[in-house]
Design a protein around this ligand. Structure first.
Ligand SMILES: [Zn+2]
Length: 127
């Protein structure tokens, strides 16, 4: 079957579209696999942190006179420290002393202007 010059051009365009769609699908699959790997790594990390927390709590409640009510009250206090009692430690971040934008606790300096963080805690890279 012959389509002539225009038919061949349309066939070439259709082939190119098909190749582009295949490339996008391959890229999307790769991105999805990367996301699955990242989620699996995070789940593993959260599981380990939960285990560490439970072990620490077990030791603390056993060795010291600390009740579950004390723990719950402290959790409420820490939750509210960022200005939002939402069950998360992370807030908007402290404002940058130089430009006033929110600074991430994970970085040693402002991502906008480069000002150094002045207050650094042992938990900065985990919350
Ligand atoms: Zn700044």
């Amino acid at each position: 079957m012959s389509f002539g010059v225009f038919g061949m051009a349309n066939q070439a365009k259709a082939h190119a579209k098909s190749e582009a769609a295949r490339a996008r699908a391959t890229l999307a699959k790769s991105v999805a696999q990367d996301a699955q790997s990242a989620v699996a790594a995070l789940e593993k990390r959260v599981d380990k942190l939960a285990l560490i927390s439970m072990a620490l709590w077990s030791l603390l409640s056993e060795k010291c006179a600390v009740s579950e009510e004390d723990l719950a009250e402290r959790m409420k206090q820490l939750d509210a420290m960022d200005g939002s009692a939402d069950g998360k430690l992370k807030g908007q971040g402290e404002p940058c002393p130089q430009c006033g934008r929110a600074m991430s606790a994970r970085h040693g300096k402002c991502l906008f202007c480069g000002a150094e963080r002045t207050e650094i805690t042992p938990f900065d890279d985990v919350v």
